[in-house]
Design a protein around this ligand. Structure first.
Ligand code: PGA
Ligand code: ZN
Length: 426
């Protein structure tokens, strides 16, 4: 018996930051190393994502229970993994995919499989006594661990704030920061300045799912103006020290006829008009990154968007859904130039690392991202560093499920790793 052999796996139902059930897995190795990990959950989900298995029993957590998925962890998955080497991540992940037998992990549940996958990685790192990010760097093929540039949510709309604004996220990227800690400091200053400016003008700001402010502007340009004013109020130069990133989350705007519906502003745009709109905003504001500017099946217009706005970062989130094949298609036809990487969109760590390397091989940038529903699990902080993703998107600098990850990055920073900084589109 070797110390890193899997001795047992248990699943349980815990709660995420929206008070909804999610799966936690606990893995014990033969030598005594033990780790827990949990699956996050999205609200604006792509169709190509790994399947999230929920009980559907209306009498239990409004149908959102994950008792079945947790039972799959303690039952079938544990039975298949006991005795396997916990350091054989690809073998463990491959076995779970095979056991599931469906393309989107819909039988056992992507939430069950993911929680086990990352708990195994964490237990493996503990067993060999290395920081998790070092272990992940090794699994990622030896990339040099790097502190990522954070993009931090300041204003929220869309499905994260009861459709209080049409656009889902207005974020800050501290493009001029010289270190992760300076970037974090500047982002916190911008977040405070935005809250203060709203307060002064009597705009009520509800706290959105990712800890951002939801001022409920009808016009997106008002939110963009507020971002710039917050930068200035924080004593930071727009476009030099700090810049704007947007997540349009266009999937949640598109209607049955394929038009983009800005409900609050009372507009319906064609794909071409949407591209023009994004171009106009980018001309007027210091915007350096736009996520999901078009919806996940608008492959016909993504290359046009990329030709017109490819000098800035164009991220595919729902578009790629952390699926290597979809990223490869994006690289081939020139749809965007950056892939958002969400572990639970893929379903396993091995698949997520493959998505990262597919993006990188195609010359795409990468952003490791949280979901709007999160737990205290800090795995993605280590993943962003270990895989040298260069960017991380966690949400706002509020709420412990977000801060746990920022704080983990602060601990890792003590190891003196290089900082990715910002290179594109300034
Ligand atoms: P989700 O959205 O986690 O609610 O799906 C986050 C995002 O769109 O980036
Ligand atoms: Zn998104």
């Amino acid at each position: 018996m070797i110390a890193t052999q899997i001795h047992g796996v248990r699943g349980r139902q815990i709660l995420d930051s929206r008070g909804r059930p999610t799966v936690e897995a606990e893995v014990v190795l033969a030598g005594g190393a033990r780790a827990t990990a949990s699956a996050p959950a999205g609200a604006s989900r792509g169709a190509a994502e790994a399947f999230e298995l929920r009980d559907g029993d209306p009498a239990h957590f409004e149908g959102r229970g994950v008792i079945t998925a947790a039972a799959h962890v303690s039952g079938e998955i544990s039975a298949a993994l006991v005795g396997r080497d916990g350091l054989d991540q690809a073998g463990v992940d491959g076995l779970m995919r095979k056991l599931d037998g469906t393309p989107q992990l819909s039988r056992l549940g992507g939430n069950a499989v993911l929680a086990v996958s990352i708990a195994v990685a964490r237990a493996g790192a503990a067993a060999i006594g290395v920081p998790l990010y070092r272990r992940l760097s090794e699994l990622a093929g030896g990339s040099e661990p790097t502190m990522p540039m954070p993009m931090v949510n300041i204003l929220s709309g869309g499905l994260h704030a009861a459709r209080g604004m049409d656009v889902q996220d207005f974020l800050v990227i501290p493009v001029g920061a010289a270190s992760y800690s300076q970037a974090l400091d500047w982002a916190c200053r911008v977040r405070s300045a935005a809250a203060l400016l709203c307060d002064r003008t009597g705009i009520s700001t509800l706290l959105a799912d990712e800890g951002g402010l939801s001022p409920g502007f009808t016009q997106s340009s008002d939110a963009l103006d507020l971002m710039v004013r917050a930068f200035e109020h924080a004593g930071l130069k727009p476009g030099v020290d700090v810049a704007i990133a947007l997540d349009i989350a266009a999937n949640s705007l598109v209607d049955a006829s394929g038009r983009y519906r800005f409900q609050r502003a009372g507009e319906r745009l064609t794909s071409e008009e949407m591209i023009e709109r994004l171009e106009a905003w980018t001309g007027r504001y210091p915007i350096v990154s736009i996520e999901d500017g078009l919806h996940e099946e608008d492959w016909a217009h993504w290359p046009t968007l990329t030709r017109r706005l490819g000098h800035i970062q164009l991220i595919g989130d729902d578009l790629f859904a952390t699926q290597p094949a979809r990223i490869a298609r994006g690289v081939e036809i020139g749809a965007g130039n950056c892939a958002l990487i969400k572990i639970n969109q893929n379903g396993t760590l091995t698949g997520t690392l493959e998505a990262l390397s597919t993006a990188r091989a195609g010359g795409f940038a990468t952003v490791v991202s949280a979901r709007s529903g999160e737990t205290e699990d800090t795995f993605i902080a280590d993943l962003a560093v270990g895989s040298a993703a260069a960017q991380i998107k966690i949400g706002s600098v509020r709420n412990t499920e977000r801060l746990a990850k920022y704080n983990q990055l602060s601990r890792i920073e003590e190891d003196g790793l290089p900082f990715a900084g910002w290179t594109r589109g300034r």
